[in-house]
Design a binder for this molecule. Sequence first.
Ligand code: AMP
Length: 223
Amino acid sequence: MYILVFGPPGAGKGTYAKYIARWLNIPVVSTGDMLRYEIEQGTELGKRVSDYVRGGKLVDDDTMACVVRNLLAAPANANGLILDGFPRTLAQADVLENLFAERGGKIDLIIEMFLAEEIIIDRLSKRRVCSDCGNIYNLGSKPPKCDGICDICGGKVIQRADDFPETIAYRLSLYSKASAPLLEYFRDKNVRIIEFDTAGTVADGVEFLCKQLANAGFALDCI
Ligand code: AMP
């Protein structure tokens, strides 16, 4: 089973993908998290994508195609996957379609998250993440209990390089230009899409998602 979580930066993809992964017992992979890890480890891939990721620019489609080909081939993902952050361009959507044609599988569901731009900007500028375990914080609504230290693993809580105001604006414009048109592409292909306004609290969002997934016929461990 393959599920895409789709939406602008800051809409809550990472937060909600973790719940869905737990309910359906399949892994979630965020291509952004993956690339940040490669950068941190100083791998060849990390060196290649570093400037793009830090500047909020899209990594080229050929590199992303290799990344996702390897992801789908990994034994841990054999039973399905929740993809957060891929595809982001029409070319990447084609890559995914071709990979599924080669190896079997299809997109079973897309969760389309949306949120007003001013809320996104507010959330992203207050977003902090643990540099070790990736747990997400918000300085306003969910700060770490001890300033700068992760509640879960004790790691260092930092601001992502691409969560500064100029880069946020750039990422939002990239999303509307390059990524949002993908929804039309998937609608034309009759992929099931759940529309999810993430303006409310996480608790409300979790309840909504759980109901929507159950209505869509998914056997879930969330009710
Ligand atoms: P995210 O964590 O999803 O906001 O992604 C962070 C950054 O990783 C993006 O701004 C891009 O530089 C890069 N990235 C992640 N996924 C993709 C993708 N599918 N295509 C191109 N670049 C990506």
